[in-house]
Design a protein around this ligand. Structure first.
Ligand code: AMP
Length: 321
């Protein structure tokens, strides 16, 4: 496998599987951790999700960037084979987000959100995207999530993400999206805010009643819980000694999971369990560096090795009592 001379990204054969359509934010993020600060680095929910998914399935990205979006960033996404025919270049400034992390990395304060080109963005899918079997509506205005869904013909499996910003500000529109998706991924605080329930299984039940048959509640380094009619599954976060920047972990988790589902086509509860482990593995790589930097050097061998370590992490003998 030869690294790209400019970007350092290992060049690999295009993955097989159904195409995965991803819509969401592409951003310039400013990140503050306790020890470091990075300004205007590549971020955005759709960037992380697309990049993570691109290891497993062909990805089609729908979003918007402004005229200030560095061409290197676009080249990086292209280098992973991500289809950018649905990426609009608008005049104006790219979406910007700034956040600060507490020492434990679990608490984050949003310092600034500038929608910029997203304020007037109306997604228009290239006609070839209408047949996308798998769709991931990453964190973005739920009105835009609905507009994208309206342009896809009978998708097989649709998942969406969201955040407090939209649960508080566009609840009715978000509920309309939830009625049309198979799976929703959100963090524990968001699940409580959306459902009004403190208890997570109770919150998941209430959210399932809104439409999605699968509800995934992310709990940072405590892992994720997957609720469906058949029961509940827990996917731990892979324990790491050194975390650099958790930004995008949730999106990489969702992207890895959706990429795996698109690759295997297995959307049964058992298939979703495996996909969530793959998501957890991709999230664990994401947090090892700022922005998408760890992904630049990531290859299939490293992903396979961590999947094996993950299996060891959760292995235990049958309990005889
Ligand atoms: P995560 O750490 O997985 O929750 O995602 C962080 C990413 O979400 C950052 O790269 C941000 O650019 C992006 N983001 C933050 N706020 C918003 C928002 N209101 N709408 C869309 N994307 C956002």
């Amino acid at each position: 496998m030869k690294p790209d001379p400019v970007l350092g990204v290992p060049q690999q054969a295009a993955p097989t599987g159904s195409p995965l359509l991803v819509v969401g934010s592409l951003a310039l993020d400013t990140i503050e951790t306790q020890s470091r600060r990075r300004e205007e680095v590549l971020g955005g929910a759709a960037c992380y999700a697309s990049f993570a998914a691109s290891f497993f399935a062909p990805v089609r990205l729908v979003g918007v960037v402004g005229s200030d979006f560095p061409s290197d960033h676009e080249a990086l996404l292209r280098s992973r084979g991500i289809d950018l025919a649905g990426l609009e270049l608008a005049s104006g400034r790219t979406f910007r987000w700034a956040g600060r992390y507490a020492a434990d990395f679990n608490n984050r304060t949003t310092l600034d959100t500038q929608l910029n080109v997203f304020e007037t963005f109306r997604p228009k899918l290239p006609p070839a995207y209408a047949d996308s079997a798998f769709v991931f509506l990453a964190n973005i205005d739920p009105v835009l999530q609905s507009e994208v869904l309206g342009q896809v013909r009978r998708p097989r499996f649709v998942a969406c993400d969201t955040m407090n910003f939209w649960i508080g500000g566009k609840r009715t529109e978000l509920v309309r999206v939830l009625e049309r998706v198979n799976m929703v991924l959100l963090n524990d605080e968001e699940a409580r805010q959306l459902s009004g329930k403190d208890n997570l299984p109770a919150a998941a039940n209430l959210i399932r009643a809104m439409g999605p048959s699968a509800v995934v509640i992310k709990r940072g380094d405590a892992g994720a819980l997957f609720f469906c009619e058949e029961g509940v599954f827990a996917a731990p976060a892979f324990p790491l000694e050194r975390v650099v920047d958790p930004t995008g972990a949730g999106d990489s988790f969702a992207g890895g999971c959706m990429g795996w589902l698109a690759r295997t086509g297995d959307i049964s509860p058992a298939g979703i369990r495996t996909a969530l482990v793959v998501g957890s593995v991709l999230a664990s790589f994401c947090v090892e560096d700022f922005s998408l930097d760890r992904f630049r050097s990531l290859d299939e061998a490293a992903i396979r090795a961590r999947c094996a370590a993950f299996a060891e992490l959760v292995r235990f003998e049958a309990i005889r009592f």
